[in-house]
Structures are given as structure tokens and as C-alpha cells.
Design a protein around this ligand. Structure first.
Ligand code: RIB
Length: 313
């Protein structure tokens, strides 16, 4: 195996996160005081890629940013994290994606994204990146780029035997059925599961019910993340839902915790394929729980050196 060949390829979004910390989320029409404002690197796709990279995965990002200072800074951020930037395209036709994020005192958030350049990633861009996508061990995508482009990337990877992780975020109620059949792992959170299935998800047992609905649509394995409650797994091999709990921690900022989980999972699938999925999920839960204990999105993601080393055994 070529050690420099990207093993984890993410086809997805980059956003500049504009974050305000506030005591609570404002109501419609209300102005409230916040305590702090900062700008950081975000976007679900890039977050997943950076987390995998911080754990030691050999990664590549396929994405589009604007020909502007936010886009230039983002490319530097990828390079700093040893992410292959051969397929990071720049366009003058739209600005780099941006996310306005409000985080309350409990660490919960509300997010508005303006996807901008992300929506201009197209089929030709995927074709240029096809050798990387089809040569990877794992390919991850989400829904902050055009859904057709996500689906095309999933099909390209799946047909070549690359393990596919699809994160349907932000969720679309009437998701094309091909997304399910081309997802080896379909990973969403409670609210996304609810939008996709109509099943209210308030508990691990609700998540099991929603997961079974999603599994029946054709994916191989469904993971529903439940924040501090961990995650529920439903698979073709073991259709009985399995709850994997996580240790309780005090949350400072949960933004991007789901992305940290998915990036970690992609890392374990690519680099520790001998582990069973439950073990990978337990370790990924732990990594995501570290990320919620610090402010910011990527700034809160742990590096390999910061984690207990038995996670890598
Ligand atoms: O999942 C968290 C991410 O969602 C943020 O980084 C923000 O950019 C939005 O894409």
C-alpha cells in the first residue's frame, strides 16, 4: 500500500464559523447580549476530515471554497493538518461558505449556513478526484453540498468497493432512495433521524425504532448519535438495536461533536479494520466526548497525542 495515498477521502463542505457565546438562544425578534465572539474553521465535511487527520489518518478533501481570504485561510488550515489539497477547488463565482452559530450556556447550539461556493462543487470536480475517491478505504459525505453531487460521490466510491459513510446533515425529508442503497454506514443524529423517518427520537429505544426504518430502506448499517447518551447501532447482520452508552462529561460547546464522531469512525475503519464496529463506535464516542469539553468546532478536536494511547491499540 502506498503510505501517501489518502485512506480517508471526504467529499463535502467547508464553512467559516462565526460563533457567538450567549447565556441562551434568542427568541424570534429578540436581541440579546453575548459574552464572546470568535471565527473558526467549520463545515461538516471539513470537520470530519480534520478530526480523522488529527488522529493520524492519511486524508484528502474534495470541496470548493471562494477565491477570497476565507477560502485562502481554509486551504492553509488543510495544509497545516496534512490534508491533501489537490482536490480543494477555488471559485470566483461565490464566496466561501459561512455558518452563523449561537452557543448557549449549556453548550447547545443553533446554526444557519450560507453554503456559497460549496454548492458549486460539481461532477467535473468529482471526475478530477475520481482516482482518490475510488482508491480510498473510506469515503465520507454529507448534505452541505449539492445532494446530487453527494450521491454521485457515494455511487462512485461504493461501486469501487470503498466503504461509504453518509451523514445526511442537514436532513432532507424526501431523501432520494439511492442514498440508502449506496451507504455502508448511514450516520445521523436524533433530529435528522426524526426528519427522515417521522419517528420521534427521545430515547435509545426510539432511536432503535427509527434506525430500523432507515435500515429497511437499504443501507448496510445505521448509527444514530444521541449526544450525551452515546449512540444506537442497527445493522443487517444484527437487526436488534444495540445502545452504546458514553461516559458523562460537562459540555462547554457541542458544535461539531457529531463530525468529530464521524471523522474518528472513518479513521478507525481505515486504519484499524480488525476492530469490530461496536469497539470503533465506543472509541469514536470517547473522542467526540473530548471535543464537547472545549469551545469552538475544530479547535476542540483532540489530536492523537492528547488521547489515552490504548485507543490506538
Ligand atoms: O456540524 C457543525 C458544523 O455545522 C459547523 O462547523 C458549521 O459550519 C455547520 O456546517
Amino acid at each position: 500500500m502506498d503510505p501517501d495515498r489518502p485512506q480517508v477521502v471526504v467529499v463535502g463542505s467547508c464553512m467559516t464559523d462565526l460563533v457567538s457565546l450567549t447565556p441562551r438562544l434568542p427568541k424570534a425578534g429578540e436581541t440579546i447580549h453575548g459574552s464572546k465572539f470568535f471565527i473558526g474553521f467549520g463545515g461538516k465535511g471539513a470537520n470530519q476530515c480534520i478530526q480523522a487527520s488529527r488522529l493520524g489518518a492519511c486524508t484528502a478533501m474534495v470541496c470548493k471554497v471562494g477565491d477570497d481570504s476565507f477560502g485562502n485561510n481554509y486551504i492553509e488550515n488543510f495544509k497545516k493538518h496534512n490534508v491533501c489539497t489537490d482536490y480543494v477547488y477555488q471559485t470566483g463565482a461565490a464566496a466561501t461558505g459561512a455558518a452563523s452559530i449561537i452557543v448557549n450556556a449549556e453548550g447547545q447550539n443553533a446554526i444557519v449556513i450560507v453554503a456559497g461556493a460549496n454548492l458549486l462543487l460539481n461532477s467535473e470536480d468529482l471526475t478530477k478526484a475520481s482516482a482518490a475517491i475510488t482508491g480510498a478505504r473510506v469515503m465520507v459525505c454529507q448534505l452541505e453540498i449539492s445532494p446530487q453531487v453527494s450521491l454521485e460521490a457515494l455511487k462512485m466510491a461504493h461501486k469501487s468497493g470503498v466503504r461509504t459513510i453518509f451523514n445526511p446533515a442537514p436532513a432532507i425529508a424526501d431523501l432520494d432512495s439511492s442514498f440508502y442503497t449506496h451507504s455502508d454506514i448511514f450516520c445521523c443524529n436524533e433530529s435528522e433521524a426524526e426528519i427522515l423517518t417521522g419517528v420521534q427520537v427521545r430515547s435509545p429505544s426510539d432511536a432503535g425504532a427509527a434506525g430500523s426504518v432507515l435500515l429497511a430502506r437499504g443501507c448496510h448499517l445505521v448509527l444514530i448519535t444521541l449526544g450525551g447518551e452515546g449512540c444506537v447501532i442497527v445493522s443487517k447482520e444484527v437487526p436488534e438495536p444495540k445502545h452504546i452508552a458514553t461516559s458523562k462529561v460537562t459540555s462547554v460547546d457541542t458544535t461539531g461533536a457529531g463530525d468529530s464522531f464521524i471523522g474518528a469512525l472513518a479513521f478507525f475503519i481505515a486504519h484499524y479494520p480488525q476492530l469490530n464496529i461496536e469497539e470503533m463506535v465506543k472509541r469514536s464516542n470517547h473522542i467526540a466526548s473530548v471535543s464537547v469539553q472545549a469551545a469552538g468546532t475544530q479547535t476542540s478536536y483532540p489530536y492523537r497525542k492528547d488521547l489515552p494511547q490504548d485507543i490506538f491499540s
